[in-house]
Design a protein around this ligand. Structure first.
Ligand SMILES: *Cc1c(COP(=O)(O)O)cnc(C)c1O
Length: 817
């Protein structure tokens, strides 16, 4: 390498300079003349002009990281639900207005080209979006952080709704190219699978493996209001040999490319589910593929400036976003012991100082385990390492607890019951220096109930870090009307110090501010109503109460509770059409995992109900039901600013935190919700009088379960509920088809109602009546909405990341000047 001082242009960001950059990028980058340029070409050219401006910051940050020999955080996640980047980058750089001017002078409309950018949908839902919010906050706080994951060719499927039912189509998001990434063909690592191990004097060797290359693609993550940037490095699978030459030479062209296809499949697609076991072996390969490349990469980076592993734990923190990347633990041990010849005891000590783990769910069916036989076949060396960790751990546990067989069985890393399986959460807990839940309730349940044996053994290990969301995307970018209103009263500081929003509390009874607040919300509601009319022919009135449940479709989130209430409301309106009903538009959005039949049936039920309700002349505008297709980050940015009411109605004890709840409250929606996840903390922050809390608490759910829950009795005793359930059962909404929803009926009434929908129904309906009463009084409603916005300070992901940095990773911000 030479170290010539390069001469290059420092780009400034006036409208004129941007206009010139865009023109240059269109001609020399995209290779088009203005006459031939399509809107996509303008977007590409403008994105490249923005990217150029990010790169200068990026290089500076990297240089500073090396100069300051900082400790780095590696955030490992199977999912990053990024959404679009263009507008986000403009706001981070503070050049939105300049870009707008530059583009208009070229005859191009910024907002319409921004809409052409495909979402980077490399995630399913909350967990992946959290990782994306964390990247934004790490960069903004100048924490030296790297996101590591998989560059899936196909992201989350696109959802279409046809006749009320979900249809999945592939999301080939890279079709038009990706302006934001830098391919790094020089950064490739070999990842091995299969084979077997040999014990030699010099150590263990893992031999006769098949391999695939992991190639890096880097995306710049800009911080807001700082020159600091971070990197998201995603791995793509490349065959180690392009072609099977002998097959090729024999003229067997199909076989010549087959092996390549097979090995590159590992980064082909995101599993459209984070809880079920579709394609288990390929999923296991994915998990190992990306953590192996990542561990090799971080060791290489460490070794660039350190000649021994003596300071490794001082300089490296590895965070596991749920259990999907837990194989990083045995992989790092393998690399240290087998490849770099660090003695086992030292390596084991080191990894225990390096890893930390966030648990995201306590639902037993979602806790990841891997079949021992499959591990033996695919990752024999890692299985040996896991067994060795387990032996040491169980020995320690026996010393602690005496040899209590029940305890040992419960905590072992290997579930010996039936087909032997490795419990990934246990491996994570035993190795990590910190283990956290994502809301106070969730962390408490984790420590006191689900992992209490571990908590007794490692009392200082368990902690809570409540989730947060980035206010840059979820308020500044998503809701221009509300954010500029806020700016004009309290300034722009809330973008990086969300507690500033507290200042709005003083304005909550100011009639002028309240009127402005209502009109800002109304602009977002009109925008949504227009879009729904244009895109799907759905007509909703902007003065109706916009009631939203937008999140993945899952039984525990209880979309069914919401639908039942919609049906009861419909029946009430029909029974009493002359009453002065509060008009409502009930909006649903969310994807069902493709293999999750019940979730798909729920979507179909919503579709059937909406077809009847929306076309009933007796009902008119007083009740509308809309299912908005293809929920994802961009759809969320459209929906959330327009919400009046936020439905957060999971059965208490099942939603670890929720972050949709935070986004909606930040946009001035009032919450109807259970005491679950972060709802509890939102309630403390905004005041119970500004929410509609209902239903069983987590401990009451447990009590009711153990004392014998009888849903059929509730069905029999609540006449309105019975009518609604009977309509579902008899095909009232489905042309008399009494078969279509019979599983829903029986699940609720006869098969135990696992998520206690019927138990909470009456309380939910009463809470909805209280919602109507408040909405009739616009002054009271707006005051509560303002209290919600004002109370959201602590739910910034900046607060969350600051806690991780201080309490868990023990990293300091980069000095940027
Ligand atoms: C925030 C978000 C989620 C998580 O929503 P919850 O209501 O917390 O489940 C899921 N998907 C997208 C696209 C989001 O933006």
């Amino acid at each position: 390498m030479t170290a010539v001082d390069l001469e290059f242009d420092q780009l400034n960001s006036t409208a004129d300079a941007l206009r010139r950059s865009i023109s240059n990028r269109l001609i020399y980058g995209v290779g088009k003349d203005a006459v031939a340029a399509r809107p996509q070409d303008w977007l590409h050219a403008a994105a490249l002009a923005v990217r150029d401006r990010l790169v200068a910051r990026w290089m500076k940050t990297t240089r500073q990281q090396y100069e300051q020999d900082v400790k780095r955080v590696y955030y490992l996640s199977m999912e990053f639900l990024i959404g679009r980047t263009f507008t986000n980058a403009l706001l981070a750089l503070g050049i939105y207005d300049q870009m707008n001017e530059a583009l208009s002078s070229l005859g191009v409309d910024l907002t319409s080209i921004a809409e052409l950018e495909p979402d980077a949908a490399l995630g399913n839902g909350g967990l992946g979006r959290l990782a994306a919010c964390f990247l934004d906050s790490m960069a903004t706080l100048a924490i030296p952080g790297f996101g590591y994951g998989i560059r899936y060719d196909y992201g989350m499927f696109r959802q279409q709704i046809v006749d009320g039912a979900q249809i999945e189509t592939p999301d080939y998001w890279l079709r038009g190219g990706n302006s934001w990434e830098f391919p790094r063909p020089e950064v490739q690592y070999i990842v091995h699978f299969g084979g077997h191990t040999i014990q030699r004097d010099s150590g263990v060797e893992w031999v006769e493996t098949e391999h695939v290359n992991a190639m890096a693609y880097d995306t710049v993550i800009p911080g807001y209001g700082t020159s600091a940037t971070n990197t998201l490095r995603l791995w793509s699978a490349r065959a180690t040999e392009e072609l099977d030459l002998s097959a090729f030479n024999q003229g067997d062209y199909r076989r010549a490319v087959e092996a390549k296809e097979h090995s590159e499949n590992v980064s082909r697609l995101l599993y459209p589910d984070d809880s079920t076991q579709a394609g288990r072996e390929l999923r296991l390969r994915q998990e190992y593929f990306f953590v192996s490349a990542t561990m090799q990469d971080l060791i290489r980076r460490y070794q660039r400036t350190h000649s021994t592993f003596g300071r490794f734990a001082e300089k490296v923190a590895v965070h596991l976003n749920d259990t999907h990347p837990v194989l990083a633990i045995p992989e790092l041990i393998r690399l240290l012991v087998d490849v770099h010849h660090v003695p086992w005891d030292r390596a084991w000590k080191m990894v225990q100082q390096v890893f930390s783990y966030t648990n995201h769910t306590l639902m037993p069916e979602a806790l990841e385990t891997w079949d021992v036989d499959m591990l033996a076949r695919l990752l024999p060396r890692h299985l040996e390492i896991i067994f060795e960790i387990n032996a040491g751990f169980l020995k320690e546990a026996s010393e602690r607890f005496g040899h209590d067989v029940d305890v040992i069985r419960r905590i072992s890393l290997v579930d010996e019951f039936g087909q032997r399986r490795v419990r990934m959460a246990h491996l994570a807990i035993v190795t990590s220096q910190k283990v956290n839940g994502v809301s106070k309730l969730h962390s408490q349940l984790m420590e006191r109930e689900f992992f209490s044996d571990f908590a007794r053994m490692f009392p200082d290990r368990f902690t809570n870090v409540t989730n947060g969301i980035t206010p840059r995307r979820w308020l500044a970018q998503a809701s221009r009307p509300l954010s500029s209103l806020i700016d004009s009263h309290i300034g722009m500081g809330w973008r990086t110090d969300l507690f500033e929003l507290g200042k709005l509390r003083a304005l909550k009874d100011d009639p002028t501010f309240a009127a402005e607040f209502r009109s800002a919300k109304r602009r977002s509601k009109i925008r949504l109503a227009n879009r729904l009319l244009h895109d799907m022919g759905a007509s909703i009135h902007p003065d109706a109460l916009f009631d939203m449940q937008v999140k993945r479709i899952h039984e525990y989130k209880r979309q069914l509770l919401n639908v039942l209430h919609v049906i009861v409301r419909y029946n009430r309106i029909r029974a009493n059409p002359n009453h002065d009903w509060v008009p409502r538009a009930v909006i649903f959005a969310g994807k069902a995992a493709s293999a999750y039949k019940m979730a798909k049936t729920i979507i179909k039920l919503i579709g059937d109900v909406s077809a009847i309700v929306n076309n009933d002349p007796l009902v008119g505008d007083r009740l509308k039901v809309v299912f908005v297709p293809n929920y994802g980050v961009s759809v969320a940015e459209l929906l959330i600013p327009a919400a009046d009411l936020s439905e957060q109605i999971s059965m208490a004890g099942t939603e670890a935190s929720g972050t949709g709840n935070m986004k909606l409250a930040l946009n001035g929606a009032l919450t109807v919700g259970t005491m679950d996840g972060a709802n509890i903390e939102i309630c403390e922050a905004v005041g119970r009088e500004n929410m509609f809390i209902f239903g069983l608490a987590a401990n009451e759910v447990t009590e009711m379960r153990s004392s014998g829950y009888r849903p059929r009795q509730i069905y029999e005793e609540n006449a309105e509920l019975r009518q609604a359930l009977d309509q579902i059962r008899t095909g009232f909404f489905s042309d008399g088809d009494s078969h279509r929803f019979s599983d829903i009926f029986h699940t609720l009434v006869d098969w135990g109602d696992h998520y206690m929908v019927l138990a909470d129904f009456a309380a939910f309906a009463a809470a909805q009546d209280a919602v109507d009463a408040r909405f009739r009084d616009p002054r009271a409603w707006t005051a509560s909405a303002i209290e919600n916005v004002a109370g959201m300070g602590q739910f910034s992901s900046d607060r969350t990341i600051a806690e991780y940095a201080r309490e868990i990773w023990r990293v300091k911000a980069l000095e940027t000047e």
